[in-house]
Design a protein around this ligand. Sequence first.
Ligand code: GTP
Length: 835
Amino acid sequence: MSNPDVSTDPTPAASLHELAADDAAHAPAPAASDVPLPQSPDAAPPAGSAPKEETSRELAVAAPSVEEEERTVRLQIIDDEKRFTPDLDEYMNAKWHVLDRGFDYNMIAVFGSQSTGKSTLLNRIFHTDFDVMNESRRGQTTKGIWLAKAPGLKGTLVMDVEGTDGRERGEDQDFERKSSLFALAIAEVIIINMWEHMVGLYQGANMGLLKVVLDVNLSLFQKKGSPRTHLFFVIRDHASGTPLEMLAETVRTDLDRIWASLNKPPGLENAKLDDFFDVTFTSLPHKRLQPDRFESEAEKLRARFIDPHHPKFVFQPRYKKGIPADGFPRFARDIWDQINANRDLDLPSQQELLAQFRCDELAAVASAAYTKSTAPLRARIEGGEIVDTFGQDADAALEAALAPFDQSASRYHRGVYERKRADLIDRVVTATYSVYSTQMRNAHRRAINLFKNGLDFKLKAKHADFFQVVDTTTEEVARYLATVSNLTKLKAADWTGDEAVALLRSELAVIVDERRVEELAKMTTATEKQLVGELNEAVALILSDPQPAMWTRVDETFKDLLGNAEQALTRRATMLRIDGNETAERLDDLRAAAAQALKDAIAAATSDAALVQRLRAKFEEKFRYDDQGVPRVWSSADDIDGAYKKARDEAAALLASYSEPAPLPAVQGLVADRDLALIPDTLATSVADLGRSLVPPARASDVTLRFRREVDVMYTEAKRSVVAAQAHVPKWVFAVMLVLGWNELSYLLTNPVMLFLFLLIGAVAYVLHMTGLDRPALSVANRVGMEAARQVGERIHDATGGRGIAGAVNGYFLEQVRPASASKDDLELTEKKTQ
Ligand SMILES: Nc1nc2c(ncn2[C@@H]2O[C@H](COP(=O)(O)OP(=O)(O)OP(=O)(O)O)[C@@H](O)[C@H]2O)c(=O)[nH]1
């Protein structure tokens, strides 16, 4: 908070001693306001001030007392060429005797426009001996920064700073900025000196300068918890009658506005002026118009600076910078070096300002030209395309845009031109970054697709090593993305594709993980499918030919095929770097599938129909073929019954090999000695099912019954064939027929028509036989034959009158006329008769 200090007390309070000292040292007692002040006794410029030799930095006026000696000893700690004195240590030690005072010393500085009576005020308050302007020739008095010790006060160091706004420095505000900032950084109290009529003026009241100084001070030296600084505003020549409060309010408002406009560093965004500064306002009457009042007020003011018991004592512990006196010289030098090197304090000259303005204009034109010429490329990239030539084209566009800029802007201030050129390139680079990023995103998507397709293609190759394929494909697409980055980046940009490539690699790793699992699943399915197919085929083949060692063969085949499949799967899983647990699970799945497949194959091979078929085949093999495998033609001499029984029993015996549980040790071994909880249910169920009897007794009798029915038919057919063979017409019958039918035969052979017909029938029969139509024709012929036989028989009968022969011949033909499929009952009747 500000602390307006209204100096309204009209009573002169200065002691005679102080007044005398002041008069002796500085200006004469004030006369009438419009009367020029007489020259002070020491008005001749001392060393270090403008009128005197600048090489000498010390003024030593011979004085008898220690106080007088202290008063006249002062040191230019920074000269007007911004050089820091090497003598500060020595002065603080030998001349001012403050070096060993630890923290017990005060540092005050003054800040304000040139020739506003700063030195006069300091001399008046602290009895120092800073140069004061000779009123007869106005101009700069104090050059650089001077330091003196307040005589009589043990540890008060007073700093007189070159005035701001000086005509001598003209546009060069560098020194005033740096010196003001220096004062602000090292002093506990800053007297800000201004004329009353300056209040409310921005430049006149040094508000512009204050803004810069506060800004840089905040960014360089202020942190949370930094010691406070006392800003002590002294409004000079307060004679207008405007109350101090109002003047103070005006200045305070300006200060707050300045503070609000500062660029606050991170962490101090919400800091207030009052967090770092105490602000006090006071005023002094017009020195020449109201000399007495000036004196009395000045004396009162002095008390506030020198009397620690004064209620408004200016120096407070909270303003201490925490630098012990012996470290102060080093501290001050470091601060100055830091300030001197700071570019934020550099101010442009008029020439620079013009250059800035023109360069900005030209840069805007160049920037627009660049944007326009790269717009089509940008549009293509934003449309998802990857434009390989972007970097090259954009560099060319930038070069083209820079050419007119260089031509015009280079005529202006060199430094500004170069800076603006760099800024322009920076801006273009920054604006182009979004295009670069979009292109990299497009390329990233493409890289992912390339990777996936690459994997698909390469993994199809026989014996493709998954991780070798992954590694080479990853490197290929990473190289691709890095290449796109290089082709897209501007020469002036320092972008690298490293981050994009790293991101791509991490995404590829996720894809690879998914792919590994997919590959294993595919492999498992393929292995299962192959195993199931092989098992089905092998088991069906083994069981189709029942042998005593049939189950051993099934078991061994199962073991071999499963072993091979397990090996293949394990090899693949190892190649895919699948962990042991997952591989074990997959192997169990494979075993479960194998057991299920075996179960299904055995079930198919032992279905009722298959069993009947198998028994029947066995029966046929034994019954229909002899020991040499030649088909049997049964004759009445053969023991059909015996053969039938033997074949039937042998076939039926096969069924016994299915009635007991199949001995399959390898299958049972899949679950033996294993924790049931860890075995997949499907595997456990299949193995348990395979351990049961395949054909239970009820099914066996059913199958036997069906088998018997089928083989009984074969038996009957065999019997019938014997009977048919026995019923053949004897050869003598044909001789009789020839003799008896000789007339008819002669008639046929002698009659050309009949002969022709006979031959025609023979030819037709031949053709029918060759074309396969003989059977249907035979049945027709059969009928014709029967009719012919009947007529021949009748004629013979008529001719011979012998009925016995005719009856026998007729009986024979009647037997032939009987249908081929005799009823089962008839056959059985025949069988019984033969038995
Ligand atoms: N009107 C008026 N003149 C003053 C006052 N104090 C000093 N002067 C005169 O103003 C002139 C400049 O005084 P200085 O003390 O040299 O001013 P300064 O600000 O130190 O000057 P530089 O160091 O050159 O910046 C001198 O002639 C003083 O006599 C004051 O309160 N009112």
